[in-house]
Design a protein around this ligand. Sequence first.
Ligand code: PGA
Length: 244
Amino acid sequence: MMAGNWKMYKTPAETKAFFDKFVPLVASSSHCEIVICPSFVNLETAIAATSGTNVGIGAQNLYWAKEGAFTGEISGPMIKSTGASYVIVGHSERRQFFGETDATVLKRTIAALEAALTPIVCVGELLAERESGSTAAVLSRQFQDGIAGLTDEQFSKIIIAYEPVWAIGTGKVATPEMAADAHRMIRAEIQSKFGAAAQSTRILYGGSVKPDNIKGLMAQPEIDGGLVGGASLDPVSFASLVNF
Ligand code: PGA
């Protein structure tokens, strides 16, 4: 899977212009699932622009209640009603700036599954955690407190994204070996809780993925795709990642 996370960029008009260029560039690409996650206000435009194509659309967050007095929030069923099929959960920017915890990541993941959306659940360590040698412990805690609470059936439907926080938007990509190591740690956690599902779960790498570093990352058998921020905003650059 190659998934684009547009974060808080683009208007509906810019969204339409992106897909006018992007859709033809990936029309014959059948080797991976292609997903773009625009902001909520662009979902309708994105769905209309990709209807009948091989490009899937997702949101970047959801609230866990189905509806209610939660000003400013958007629920899984609301996202589903736009025609979107995916949702990013627990992105490090949500954890860092909006108080997201492993416990709320679990609630949102379950809410996404209940709305028949495929959650792309993000994990990853901070720079200080990597430098102090606690990457494995952080990934383990994020898994145990956030993902291990799913049933086997729920777990079989999620996608995991490993995004080292120090590599997001910084231009500092993890080396392919570092990324592969972290993916192995996550797969070992999955194995201990969900057994054989560890082999079939897709784990994406995210953090400064660009056309000039995609080759080394995708050469790692542990890495099953990418979650791409900055380089997904430009149709030519994201198409070149998809078509690598
Ligand atoms: P980046 O963002 O590719 O701009 O580093 C990745 C992400 O936050 O998903």
